[in-house]
Design a protein around this ligand. Structure first.
Ligand code: UGA
Length: 432
């Protein structure tokens, strides 16, 4: 199929590249000229395992190209994905101006029947609004359908999630669109993965409901971790105990430093807004958001319990991205800690395998180490914020020697409290 993907950011780039890899001709359109030029040279704007290689293969095979020319991309394509950003506006709503900008452009250049796919995370009812924007921009009326096809890609696992999804959700309002979408995803369906067709509004809500449910599980466990910290018990044992109940399942039950990233915080708040606008009770999600904000501060408060006066102290941080396998620091819990440490006039040493450059841009005052070991030399405490695999099996004796005081605040529970005690560390793990 001939496909245009608007937005060569995270979602657009992964979607476009994977669809090209399945044998389609894909043109990715972006308004940022420099980004397009870089992509044509094989330079990617994001870090995602496996993506660079796939971009290289598919551009070489001429199935994938990048352009700023919206008109020709629209004219050449049967299917158009809208995968531009939907940032959070000041009042918590999703800002849809980029989405509507693309819709207008489609309306101006449409030259035959097309299926337009909302891939960006957009509130319930957006497909109707996109339809209106396209309609309003069309000089000659031509048939088209707007479809909702939310993405469930996790950063760091995006290629795998696209090629091997739990499910593909497609919200359609016509048989014609349904047939096109079926053709588009037949390659995925053949691998045995369910492609679920539903109405447009349900599909739009499924996206928010999935992220809000996962965020709720995390806040629920973080809330209980506060209790185990006060009352005794181990939150990891609690997670294991409930996770084995097949109705609950084991995933997304890890207490920690709070969820971050470009999705959970923004989507929970946007769903709260939609619920409120429709006079529905949003109290569960309001609590989910509040618990998360508190949890992001919790690590700092724990550190203060051990080191009440942080002025002049050296604090080492391992992990800066909002989760492992990504350089993304949007809403990252590490930034909350860094802000507090700066306020308290502590010296910050930090290490992250890929997110260092992004943090350095906003915090040049931080002393970045090249290795986890180098970062902790002479530090008064080590705080672990992101559970990168390379922190799991380090030489603990070496770590103890390098630290000025053997204090570890483990925000991701990667070590075992009993073992750490035997090794002679003062150790805090969340909810343990
Ligand atoms: C999330 C969803 O998992 C994807 O399905 C969805 O497509 C994506 O948002 C999106 O809407 O675009 P992502 O933000 O990449 O993906 O990251 P997750 O792996 O879901 O983690 C989110 C946050 O929750 C991270 O900060 C992570 O550390 C935290 N988390 C996760 C926990 O604190 N505990 C857990 O048990 C699991």
């Amino acid at each position: 199929m001939d496909i245009a993907v608007f937005g060569a950011g995270y979602v657009g780039l992964v979607t476009g590249t994977c669809l090209a890899n399945l044998g389609n001709n894909v043109i990715c359109v972006d308004i940022v000229k420099e980004r397009v030029e870089n992509l044509n040279k094989g330079i990617l704007p994001i870090y995602e395992p496996g993506l660079k290689e796939l971009v290289e293969i598919n551009t070489k095979e001429k199935r994938l190209s990048f352009t700023t020319d919206a008109k020709s991309a629209i004219e050449k394509s049967q299917v158009i994905f809208i995968a531009v950003g939907t940032p959070q506006s000041d009042n918590g709503e999703a800002d849809l101006s980029y989405v509507f900008g693309v819709a207008k452009s489609i309306g101006e250049h449409i030259n035959g029947y097309k299926v337009i796919i909302d891939k960006s995370t957009v509130p319930v009812g957006t497909a109707d609004k996109v339809t209106k924007h396209i309609d309003a921009a069309m000089k000659t009326k031509l048939p088209f359908d707007v479809v909702s096809n939310p993405e469930f890609l996790r950063e760091g696992e995006a290629i795998k999630d696209f090629m091997n999804p739990d499910r593909v959700i497609v919200g359609v309002g016509s048989d014609r669109a349904r047939q096109m979408m079926h053709k588009l995803y037949v390659g995925i369906e053949r691998t045995g993965k369910p492609v679920i067709f539903t109405d447009v509004k349900s599909s739009e809500l499924i996206k928010y409901a999935a992220n809000a449910m996962l965020a709720t599980r995390i806040s629920f466990m973080n809330m209980l971790s506060q209790l185990t910290e006060k009352m005794g018990g181990d939150i990891k044992e609690v997670a294991r105990g409930i996770g084995l109940d097949s109705r609950i399942g084991p995933r997304f039950l890890q207490a920690g430093v709070g969820y971050g990233g470009s999705c959970f915080p923004k989507d929970v708040r946007a769903l709260i807004k939609t619920l409120e606008e429709n006079d529905c009770d949003a109290s569960i999600l309001e609590s989910v958001d509040q618990v998360n904000e508190k949890q992001k501060m919790h690590i700092f408060h724990q550190l203060k319990k051990f080191l009440p006066n942080l002025k002049g102290k050296t604090i080492a941080i391992w992990g800066l991205s909002f989760k492992p396998k990504t350089d993304d620091i949007r809403e990252a819990p590490s930034l909350v800690l860094i802000k507090k440490l700066i306020e308290e006039k502590a010296n910050i040493h930090a290490f992250d395998p890929v997110a260092k450059d992004n943090v350095e841009k906003i915090h040049p005052e931080i002393n970045f180490g090249k290795t986890p070991y180098e970062t902790i030399r002479g530090a008064d405490a080590l705080v672990i914020i992101t559970e990168w695999d390379e922190f799991r099996a380090l030489d603990m004796n070496e770590i103890k020697l390098l630290l000025k005081t053997p204090l570890i605040i483990d925000g991701r529970n990667i070590y075992e409290p009993d073992e750490m005690k035997v090794l002679g560390f003062t150790y805090y793990g969340v909810g343990r």
